[in-house]
Every structure is written in structure tokens, then in C-alpha cells.
Design a protein around this ligand. Structure first.
Ligand code: ZN
Length: 312
């Protein structure tokens, strides 16, 4: 979810329409939900602040059927010469970095995550706590679970997969560090996984693409194009895997949004997108997000999008 201090962490407004205005998207490298950080800014409207609206022309990409499944191939009784194993799979030689948004223990380290970090164009909080469902399922638990499922799927195709953290640190990483991890790995693709914390009635997923940004240590000029390709493939394949519709409150039903206020995107030098898999504050979306079988589908859709992008 997008963090924004100026917005109450749990907007449970019954109304749908105010939606975009009230939304607390949480993205960014930091947080949605409870207080958020990287993403933290109340969006004034669907195309509010600086967040460029996505090009309607790039709607759901046609799902590339190409990567249908090396993983299951190994169970085929027929000795298919093309059945790849992890070492020689279609993503062999590719590096994917998965960034699970927030950290389940960020709320215990409020001072540390409130520290301002340089995101090139401005400064933002190191990280945010993220949002949660009304039942208490934390966004940070969701993102880590989906990241693990994605890792399994991508490694089975031969990719080298790194996580920006894996329950191995008390808080963070900060948004700038999350970006640097992908850069230092020379990642071929990076996806930051999130779930939103918006008003009831706001439903669906959206992928966030980097806007053209230049300033300070930020320069996205080389990643805007490939990131859009990555993001559109993920959006299309997420629909196919989960059956979920694109967001009804951001992106004009394209499932795509573009932002220039996220440090995790601004500081990336490799193709990178965020995905808000659903709205944790909407009961219907929350029922999906808390379902392990749905999370597997979500992970499959994102991994399929990455595979499609990397396979060209
Ligand atoms: Zn988030």
C-alpha cells in the first residue's frame, strides 16, 4: 500500500467513489498500510499528483503462451528432449530479484524506518509498516509468502533468484537499499510485491511502472521502456492466472499505473515494477489475499509475466 502519513492508516470508508482520492496506496519501497513509506503520498485523484496515468493503449498484454511450464515437464513420462531442469531451464543465466514489500517487524522499529533516505528527487522514509487486512493479516506477511512462491517457480525454470530480504533482518531494508540490491545483482528483472490499503469497494490489482525521472542519484531513462514491457506482461498474465480484474480505482482499468515518487523505482538501474496484488481493506479482496491457494495463483501470474519478459 502506499504510505502516507497524511492519510489515516485505515480508511474504511464505505463509499466507493471517493476512492481514488482517499486511497492510500502503498507502494513503494516502503509501505503501505499502517503508515507507509516509500509510496507514501495521498493521491489526490486518479491522475493526481504527478503520477502519470498509464497509457490506455497498453492494456493487458496478450499472455505469451510460451512459458507454459517446464516445471511440470519433469513429471512427464515421455522422455521429452526439451524437458528442462533447473540448471538448463529457459531462464538459465537470468537473474531475478524479488522485493517483498515492507518487513513484518517494521512496526517494532518505527524510529529506524522513519529515517529519511535520499531517493534522488527528494527524501522519503526508509521504509513503512505496510497495511493489513481488517482481520490482522499483515501486508508484509503476504509479500514474503508470495515472494517465496515466486522464487520456487522461477528457480524451477533455471533463474537465479534473490530476495531483498528474507526474514533475516529486524526491519527494512530501506527503499534505497532495496533498489541497490537489484542494481548490484545486475538483475534482468525486479518485482516489488505489495498489497494495497484502500477504501472498501476498491478492488483489483495494479502494476506500477517507473516514470521518467532524473535528479540527484535517480535516472530512470534507460529502464522506463523495458519496465513497461515487464509490467504489461505481468498485468496480462496476472489476470490469466488469478482471474482477478485490474484495479477499479487506479489506472483506468488497465491494471497499470506510472509513478515518479517511489524510491524503489527512481533509484533502479535495472527493469523494475511494483505490483499491488489487491486491496487488503476490501473484504472481498481480503478473502483472496488471505487464501494460500490464491497466493499461489498470484505468484504464478507474476512469475509468468517475468518469464514472458525474459524469454522475449
Ligand atoms: Zn506496500
Amino acid at each position: 500500500m502506499r504510505d502516507d502519513k497524511s492519510v489515516p492508516p485505515t480508511p474504511r470508508r464505505p463509499a466507493l467513489f471517493a476512492a481514488a482520492t482517499l486511497t492510500v496506496l502503498c507502494l513503494g519501497a516502503a509501505g503501505c498500510g499502517g503508515g507507509g513509506s516509500d509510496t507514501a503520498q495521498a493521491r489526490p485523484g486518479p491522475d493526481g499528483t504527478g503520477a502519470a496515468s498509464p497509457s490506455p493503449a497498453r492494456t493487458a498484454p496478450s499472455p505469451a503462451p510460451s512459458h507454459s511450464g517446464p516445471a511440470s515437464a519433469k513429471h512427464s513420462p515421455a522422455p521429452s528432449p526439451s524437458a528442462p531442469d533447473a540448471a538448463s531451464g529457459p531462464l538459465s543465466g537470468k537473474t531475478v530479484v524479488i522485493d517483498p514489500g515492507h518487513n513484518p517487524r517494521n512496526h517494532l522499529h518505527t524510529a529506524e524506518i522513519a529515517r529519511q533516505v535520499d531517493i534522488g528527487t527528494t527524501h522519503k522514509e526508509c521504509d513503512t509498516t505496510g497495511t493489513s487486512t481488517n482481520g490482522g493479516y499483515a501486508e508484509a506477511e503476504f509479500t514474503l509468502d508470495v515472494a517465496h512462491r515466486m522464487r520456487t517457480l522461477l528457480k524451477a525454470q533455471g533463474a537465479k533468484v534473490l530476495l531483498t530480504y528474507d526474514n533475516d533482518r529486524p526491519f527494512g531494508p530501506c527503499v534505497d537499499e532495496r533498489a541497490r540490491i537489484g542494481n548490484k545483482a545486475g538483475a534482468d528483472a525486479v518485482v516489488s510485491v505489495h498489497a494495497d490499503g484502500s477504501a472498501v469497494g476498491n478492488r483489483g490489482f495494479h502494476v506500477i511502472l517507473p516514470a521518467p525521472v532524473r535528479g540527484g542519484g535517480a535516472d530512470t531513462s534507460l529502464i522506463v521502456g523495458p519496465s513497461r514491457d515487464l509490467g504489461t506482461r505481468i498485468a496480462g498474465l496476472f489476470v490469466r492466472a488469478t482471474g482477478s480484474a485490474p484495479s477499479n480505482y487506479i489506472g483506468g482499468n488497465t491494471g497499470l499505473d506510472t509513478r515518479k515518487d517511489l524510491g524503489g523505482l527512481n533509484l533502479s538501474t535495472v527493469p523494475k515494477v511494483f505490483i499491488e496484488c489487491g486491496n487488503m481493506r476490501d473484504p472481498k479482496d481480503a478473502a483472496l489475499l488471505t487464501s494460500a491457494s490464491w497466493r499461489q495463483k498470484a505468484a504464478q501470474g507474476i512469475a509468468d509475466g517475468i518469464s514472458s519478459y525474459l524469454n522475449g
